[in-house]
Design a protein around this ligand. Sequence first.
Ligand code: SAH
Length: 214
Amino acid sequence: MENLISEIRRDARETRHYTGRDHLKDSVLDAMRRVDRSRFVAPGTELYAWENRPLPIGYGQTISQPFIVALMTDLLDLESGHRVLELGTGSGYQAAVLSELAAEVFTIEIVPELAESAASLLEALGYDNVSVRAGDGWHGWPEAAPFDRIIVTAVGEEIPPALIEQLAVGGRMVMPIGPRHGGQNLTVIDRTESGIERTQVLPVQFVPITRSDD
Ligand code: SAH
């Protein structure tokens, strides 16, 4: 575990010219320490849970690399009162990390089997401030909007318009933007009074946002 935290710290230092931050907040590293990643990886891959790399979770999807989970969480600048939306529950790991730092987490997963297993795992582990929904996150979660923070853990060529609408003014979204293969950039999107401001943070590689009509 502390090895993984050291690797995350090292990655943060090595990417500082891109990200503009040479270290991640202690609160984020502490949240990473508190969540047992071995519970979220696929059976048979527990041995690799503490390595700083993505792992397959079935259905062609992956649990993201721990450094990327930590960086995205850091970029969100979470406060304890925040309500957060996540598109792409996957294993539920990122949602668990968010739930350690925010008031409420709403997370949507398009693969029903993944939504179901993440929901029951999060419940079993006592993450009672996380709500999981099976469905197409492209439309967001209008009944629970507005959100102080939104995180998208799958790549899209554009920002889902509903998510911009559901982001509070003064709120922030973190999302990989780009094509399916290559050329993706982790992007911070700040919603201001007058519109949105985008800042590209780091070249990344994510699985694509799929749509229910794909
Ligand atoms: N955050 C996850 C990793 C996500 S991988 C974790 O911590 O494990 C990306 C996930 O986004 C996949 O599970 C994929 O099925 C999901 N996804 C893709 N398109 C989606 C959509 N339109 N709505 C909701 N989820 C989607």
